[in-house]
Design a protein around this ligand. Structure first.
Ligand SMILES: [Zn+2]
Ligand SMILES: [Zn+2]
Length: 346
């Protein structure tokens, strides 16, 4: 099969012919029909992810059809259209048994713990626990765009922060994660305030439902501006970027008893940012993480897609080819438009 592969961290990946994958006993091989590009792929390529063993094929936001199945897979059949969350649970550990596959102790992550989906085929482990059937009406590119930022934002807003109608929700950073969070929080009936450094992204945030925006390049005191807009602070605040300053602001701009959800990844030097612990105590703030979403929770999401309450296809930028992927991957730290690139030709 054709695959995008790199042999050294930070050195240009190449499209090469490699051996076709075979399914594990509890796994499947998926013929990839669409796979999204993500900053996590860039971090993996740079050597920031300890799970990656070289040589490596990136890609974790995928959708396709089942091409081959291991002998212990019972819930699926060949040819079914499917996607997977980027964190797959083993189905057997304590966390999986408690319904929390997103923090599984033996998790499978395509493109990190194994070769990923920048290829014609990808092997996925623990299929019975993690595959998600796609409704006929959902196209592959949109389905691929769900698996990472969109489901993580859905879990952050719906399952972790439990946003209620009428609450003020601050979203710090309007990349793919932030724009997803804005769309989802708006659909839940919240009043969203979006914060970013670029006017282009803030305009898109307003288009997706943000009722107010703060340009952090022009506003020195983001926390003060948020207090003023929300008359006291946000009920819920999301750091969708993953940076010490957005993390700090996201906690500091909460009203009393507010909830912060960290969705943007904190890697390398940013792994342990300063937080206003004095305020967390005095105001009884709640701090959550969001790390993917269980496959069984896709039901709620799929129903909101089918009824048009959520339109993740609005977040797709360009459809590109597998041959375009190496250059697009290497450019991910330099160029960040308002849309996600999705590989749809292999
Ligand atoms: Zn598990
Ligand atoms: Zn991703």
């Amino acid at each position: 099969m054709k695959a995008v592969i790199f042999e050294q961290f930070g050195k240009p990946p190449r499209v090469q012919s490699v051996a076709d994958p075979t399914p594990a006993a509890t796994g499947v091989v998926i013929k990839v029909e669409a796979t999204g590009l993500c900053r996590s792929d860039w971090h993996g390529w740079m050597g920031h992810d300890a799970d990656i063993v070289l040589p490596h094929v990136p890609g974790h936001e995928l959708a396709g059809t089942i091409q081959a199945m291991g002998k212990h897979v019972t819930r699926w059949r060949l040819g079914q259209r499917v996607t997977v969350p980027f964190v797959g649970g083993c189905g057997h550990c304590f966390e999986c048994n408690s319904g929390n596959h997103q923090v599984c102790e033996n998790q499978f992550q395509p493109g990190f713990t194994a070769w990923g989906s920048f290829a014609e085929y990808v092997a996925v482990e623990f299929a019975d626990t993690n595959l998600v059937a796609l409704p006929d009406a959902l196209d592959f590119a949109t389905a691929a765009s769900l698996g990472c930022r969109f489901v993580t934002s859905f879990r952050a807003i719906v399952d972790q922060a439990k946003v209620k109608p009428g609450e003020w929700v601050a979203v710090h950073g309007c990349g793919g994660v932030g724009l997803s969070a804005i769309m989802i929080a708006t659909a839940m009936g919240a009043n969203v305030v979006a914060i970013d450094l670029t006017e282009e992204k803030l305009a898109f945030a307003r288009e997706l439902g943000a009722i107010a925006t703060i340009n952090a390049r022009e506003t020195q005191d983001v926390v003060g501006a948020m207090r003023e807009i929300t008359k006291g602070g946000a009920h819920v605040s999301i750091d969708a970027l993953g940076h010490p300053s957005t993390c700090f602001n996201s906690i500091a701009n909460l009203r009393r008893r507010g909830r912060h959800v960290q969705v943007g990844l904190m890697l390398g030097d940013h792994a342990q940012p300063p937080v206003p612990m004095d305020k967390i105590i005095a105001h009884e703030l709640e701090i959550y993480g969001s790390h993917g979403m269980q496959a069984f929770r896709y039901n709620a999401l799929m129903d909101m897609l089918a009824t048009g309450k959520l339109l993740p296809q609005k977040l797709i930028g360009k459809e590109i080819t597998l041959d375009d992927a190496p250059a697009a991957l290497m450019a991910m730290d330099r160029f960040e438009g308002t849309g996600i690139n999705v590989i749809t030709k292999f």
